[in-house]
Design a protein around this ligand. Structure first.
Ligand code: ATP
Ligand code: MG
Length: 571
């Protein structure tokens, strides 16, 4: 490809709305252009890289026997009503009406469509397991689209769905997928970790997220530094041992204290001169229509995913201020578990061992002191509903947990029978019984993977492509296109490499060398061959490795062979 014909509109300035380096570099390198919030056009360079990720994913899916299909983006609301997700998916679901005023969905994921696809035609256990996948555009009306294609409202995903006979059959497919995902991200040249995760609203129980390690990642991963244990989970899922801070005090009599206008943990604690960990925080939620009081220690946060799981609720949200006022009889900020009627209490396990603690008094401007579990209140449910923090102890081996940030590039789920039961998708098992499929689903964010690769592979001058994702393997840069000798060597190196099947970009633009070199570093091709009159006088051209900056003088006579040899070292 000749640069003059390639349409790579590089840009000098960072886009104003870009917060992370991959967003900045994808725009500046002419890979994509914004159309609207969270909506991008992939330009030729961006598309080539995207296709490379897709191809790696396709090969690894095919290798484990998954079959590629192409489902429609548009699906009728009826399918979503069958599983109830029409109501519970929330605002992220892009809904629209056709000319007959019928409701439709722009697919954010395809469990409903794929389950509808197999119910009927797949009748016998002999046809199982069956895994179908597609690589396709997804729509999600994200509340905060940002970071370019990392969190778009329209993005490319590989989504796969497995139909299994039973749990053991699903376990095997899940393991194959786990392996295929590791192969995909390894081949993409990424540093990543599979971690235990929360299954969110999609259902199911076992799930792993694949995290690309990056400071700018939106996900917090809690991990055990003990290599033999290697426990790693997202902060929404991770469990830990939180050190017990119960003092060896005798319970004192319950008392009410005036705390005028003290609503936050910090205000109350500094006013009463106690540590936040002596306070029990009470937060009211609405869970599937019921009001819940969630209790944890004052120095810790409630984990909504854990709370939702503990309650087995589909939808969880904070109770609105009016509900709080009605149920507690007090302003927001003074709720407490003692004597709170009409609210189901969920206590974190840490709360049960606290002695003489502080809680809201369910009376504006008052708190209770010397509150004791069991004597003064009890949880209707006790469990782990607290966000884990670095410094807690590992639930498996007791080592001190650490924390890192990651970008979720993929997730695999054991769904079980949630969708097949709801949609009456069954097959005849070996005993002749009508049985719902056991299912799994498996996603990879293709465009997010491209961005994640840049987050991990760049320097101050631009992108440094992992070789497997590079849009071109070699960039041939003639310093001055007006110089005939230079151009003739450039053309022969270019055509020589092309003939060997190498993907080559020839920078044939009539630009100053400084501009060409800057652009070269920006778009990040692994190997650049610079052809200039000075080198040609010595009979050489210069090969430069983008990642290391190392340069090699290569004799003109066997330039193509030498470049091929250097390439094999890079790849
Ligand atoms: P997130 O927690 O980041 O919102 P998710 O868990 O909702 O993502 P999944 O339903 O697991 O996403 O989708 C599978 C994959 O699709 C994700 O692992 C991610 O790589 C990608 N993905 C999800 N949402 C987006 C988005 N808005 N833009 C780009 N890629 C996305
Ligand atoms: Mg996910």
């Amino acid at each position: 490809m000749r640069w003059s014909k390639a349409y790579i509109p590089t840009v000098k300035e960072d886009p104003a709305d870009a917060e992370v380096v991959s967003h900045k570099l994808m725009v500046r390198a002419g890979m994509m252009k914004k159309v609207g919030a969270g909506i991008y056009t992939l330009l030729p360079l961006g598309l080539v890289v995207t296709r490379k990720v897709e191809q790696i994913v396709r090969e690894e899916m095919n290798r484990i026997g998954a079959l590629e299909v192409f489902m429609p983006v548009l699906s009728p609301a009826e399918l979503w009503k069958e599983t109830g997700r029409w109501d519970v998916y929330g605002e992220e679901l892009m809904r629209l009406k056709d000319r007959h005023k019928r409701d439709f969905v722009l697919g954010p994921t395809h469990e409903e469509v794929v389950t509808d696809l197999v119910r009927g035609p797949v009748r016998s256990y002999r046809q199982l397991p069956l895994t179908l996948y597609q690589i396709q555009t997804k729509f999600r009306d994200e509340i905060r689209p940002r970071f370019g294609v990392m969190r778009g409202r329209e993005f490319i995903m590989k989504d796969a769905y497995s139909f299994n006979r039973d749990d053991a059959c699903l376990d095997r497919t899940y393991k194959d997928m786990h392996g295929a995902y590791e192969a995909v991200f390894r081949r993409c040249g990424l540093a990543f970790r599979p971690v235990l995760a929360d299954s969110g609203a999609i259902g199911g129980d076992v799930t792993h997220e694949f995290m690309v390690l990056a400071q700018t990642g939106e996900s917090r991963v809690i991990s055990c530094p003990n290599d033999e244990c290697a426990y790693a989970a997202t902060d929404e899922t991770a469990e830990s041992i939180i050190e017990n801070t119960a003092a060896t005090q005798e319970p004192r009599p319950l008392a009410k204290t005036h705390t005028p206008d003290m609503k936050t943990v910090e205000e109350v604690c500094s006013f009463l001169k106690v540590e936040p960990r002596n306070l029990v925080k009470t937060i009211l939620y609405q869970a599937d229509g019921e009001v819940i009081g969630a209790l944890t220690r004052g120095d810790r946060e409630i984990s909504e995913p854990k709370l939702r799981r503990a309650l087995r609720a589909d939808v969880l949200s904070m109770a609105d201020p009016d509900t709080v006022r009605t149920l507690t009889g007090a302003e927001v900020g003074f709720a407490g578990p003692v004597g709170l009627k009409g609210v189901k209490l969920v206590a974190d396990k840490t709360v049960t061992s606290m002695v003489n603690c502080i809680t809201g008094a369910n009376k504006t401007d008052y708190h209770l002191t010397n509150v004791n579990y069991k004597r003064d209140f009890s949880g209707d449910l006790v469990g782990d509903i607290t966000v884990v923090a670095a410094g807690d102890k590992c639930i498996r081996c007791g080592a001190t947990l650490t924390e890192y940030r990651g970008i979720e590039v993929g997730q695999i789920f054991k769904l079980g029978r949630k969708y097949s039961v709801a949609m009456k998708a069954t097959f005849i098992d070996e005993q002749g019984n009508e049985t719902p499929f056991t299912m799994g689903c498996y996603g990879i964010g293709i465009t997010r993977t491209v961005a994640a690769a840049i987050e991990q592979n760049h320097d101050g001058n631009g992108i440094i492509w992992p070789p497997s994702l590079a849009p071109y393997q070699v960039l041939v840069t003639p310093v001055a296109v007006s110089d005939e000798a230079t151009m003739s060597v450039a053309e022969s190196v270019y055509s020589g490499l092309c003939a060997k099947g190498v993907e080559v970009l020839l920078d044939d633009r009539d630009e100053r060398p400084g501009v060409k070199f800057k652009d070269a570093d920006l778009i990040g091709i692994p190997l650049r061959v610079t052809i200039g009159s000075r080198g040609l006088k010595q009979g050489t051209v210069e090969a430069r490795i983008r990642r290391t900056g190392a340069t090699h003088d290569v004799p003109v006579e066997n330039a193509v062979e030498e470049i091929m040899r250097l390439l094999s070292e890079v790849y």
